[in-house]
Ligand binder design. Structure first.
Ligand code: ATP
Ligand code: MG
Length: 352
């Protein structure tokens, strides 16, 4: 008998435009796995976007724009099942069921929640705990996203590693309490990427406003790269390795992001050449920024062209969203129904 086809699932929040962290941390793996013929589920996490907004935001519009960018990058809605999280509302039902077996203490150890709590505790004006139930429960909803399609692998950046581990824990807890029902996904590989921000912060992020965006035109790219803080002179690297995983963390943060990007978009010899100049302690940051800007623009010009292609319209996106919501729903309902039965409330007798 042939081995079962590997199932892949991953999502991105429609909280802004896609950036190079999203591309190299997640999207490029989406593309590779799609090309390998895996069963791929890629969704836009619009429910998740609601965990951090504080005012009405056009999440729908941002969803459509993000999906036009997916298509421009080469994701194919006929090969991969590309859908909107909120078009699969039984995810919310599974999240509710999983919430019943998830301790609050476990959720309070989630890094996103913990970081926000620490900031609050340092803020003398903060009163009580204003963080939402939705934010605390984010890992439960993410577990539901993953478990509902019985995913084997979850291609995400390093910042999401802990959330995938929490999903594994939740699935194991469910199975040990109610019998083998949920498929436990694999942990995120050690090689997952975390691209630093243009401001030198540890992570580039849509919500951090420190991004180089996938659709930035050459002028914007150059302007943003020129603004990267590189005041520190090169210091000895204390390693002979040329591997960006080893080298980048040893550099001043702003310089690190430039080298990491160079290693991702430029030919290897260009990266190695600039690394040698770093080791020699030359002053070359202006040259590095200009060269990098050139390679970034070479990389994304075809993406921008495809993004603007006449057939890449919001209407086309809506059409494939409808079609793909239909493709994923039976798989998802089967999981939800099996969880209901395992927990003892029985199969649903009616669904709208
Ligand atoms: P937000 O700030 O709204 O959370 P984000 O930029 O962190 O947005 P997400 O939608 O949370 O993006 O994450 C989408 C995918 O991109 C995830 O797989 C995440 O791990 C990956 N990702 C996000 N930022 C980076 C980064 N700086 N480096 C590598 N991968 C990243
Ligand atoms: Mg994020």
């Amino acid at each position: 008998m042939a081995a079962a086809q590997e199932v892949i699932l991953s999502g991105i929040r429609p909280t802004g435009r896609l950036h190079y962290g999203n591309y190299f941390g997640a999207l490029r793996h989406f593309l590779r796995l799609q090309e390998e013929g895996k069963r791929c589920y890629y969704f836009v996490a619009d429910y998740h976007a609601l965990t951090t907004i504080t005012e009405p935001t056009d999440i729908y519009g941002q969803t459509i724009e993000m999906l036009r960018t997916y298509v421009a990058c080469g994701l194919d809605p006929r090969a991969s099942v590309i859908y909107r999280q909120s078009d699969l509302p039984c995810t919310a039902e599974l999240s509710l069921l999983l919430g019943m077996i998830t301790n609050i203490g476990f959720l309070e150890r989630g890094t996103t929640y913990k970081d926000k709590m620490t900031k609050l505790q340092e803020d003398p004006r903060a009163e009580g705990n204003p963080l939402s139930f939705g934010l605390l429960g984010y890992p439960v909803l993410m577990a539901a996203d993953i478990l509902i399609v019985r995913a084997d692998k979850v291609p995400v950046g390093d910042d999401q590693r802990q959330h995938v581990e929490m999903a594994m824990d939740i699935a194991q807890r469910f199975n040990s309490r109610f019998g083998e029902t949920l498929h436990v996904p694999q942990a995120v590989g050690r090689d997952a990427l975390r691209l630093p921000g243009l401001d030198g912060a540890a992570k580039m992020g849509k919500s951090e406003h420190n991004t180089l965006d996938l659709l930035d035109d050459p002028k914007t790219v150059l302007k943003k790269l020129k603004g990267v803080p590189t005041t520190t002179d090169p210091e000895p690297l204390d390693t002979d390795s040329n591997d960006p995983d080893v080298v980048v963390p040893k550099m001043p943060p702003g310089v690190g992001v430039l080298y990491r990007l160079l290693s991702l978009v430029a030919p290897e010899e260009v990266y190695l050449d600039f690394l040698e100049r770093y080791r020699k302690g030359e002053k070359f940051y202006g040259d590095l920024k200009k060269t990098l800007a050139g390679h970034v623009s070479e990389f994304n010009t075809p993406i921008i062209e495809r993004y603007n292609a006449p057939d890449n319209t919001p209407a086309a996106v809506e059409e494939f969203l409808r079609e793909n919501a239909r493709r994923v729903t039976p798989v998802a309902l089967e999981t939800v129904e099996s969880c209901r039965a395992a927990m003892g409330i029985g199969h649903s007798l009616y669904r709208a």
